[in-house]
Write a protein that binds this ligand. Sequence first.
Ligand SMILES: [Zn+2]
Ligand SMILES: [Zn+2]
Length: 265
Amino acid sequence: MIDVHCHLNFHAFEKDCDEVIKRAFEAGVTKIINVGTKIDSSQKAVELAKERENLYAIVGIHPHHADKLEKGWENQLERFAKDAKKVVAIGECGLDYYRYKSNDIVDPKLQKEVFIKQIELAYKLKLPLQIHNRQAGKDIIDILISHKSYLINPPGMFHCMSGDIAFLKKVLDLGFYVGFDGNVTYKGIAKGENIDLKKLVRFAPLDRIAVETDSPFLAPEPRRGERNVPEYVIIVGKYIADLKGIPFDKVDEETTKNANQIFKL
Ligand SMILES: [Zn+2]
Ligand SMILES: [Zn+2]
């Protein structure tokens, strides 16, 4: 099982990162992809990947940080990607229109500019995209359609999938894979969303699903509220198997194959 999206590059793992990685591999995780959200966390993700086997990095700017960039940030990301063979995608990039207490909403015009620059960079480097979307699905689809000639095959994945069935269909039609996290185990409908994530899991074909944790966030039940860790990706996989009524081994095998396909691991 491959955790295609986590943040061992974040402060929460400063003290015990190697122990957390070891435990994940012992539990049956085979590869871990750490994802940057700005320049310094992207650099940290690259460092972790360089020094360790079966660790990979994704470098990019999260829409939250679109208003805090210094000139030349695209060149820095490009340098990270060229300098390390283990950079497997550009992300997490995208749009986020959720009103956060700490961050509010970053100017959507700015978010779009930063997202488009990363689509162009991914194209230049022949890398897939790992997309972050929160309540901005329509604008993301519009941008992807208008930049269709910039998408490689496969074009990448939407991480921490949300939205409704119609949106999921559009994402799949564009050739993207979809990632599910521990929040699929939560009861009810998340704030600001209109359908239960479990419906998306049931609808999404297994040959287009990747599993992830978004550690340290979104720990699955019964660990909800705790610090999330990559080994819990197995809990997510088991939950998906139950939802779809198929054996866990099948989910393990297929999602691993999908991750290898998206990121050419
Ligand atoms: Zn995200
Ligand atoms: Zn994330």
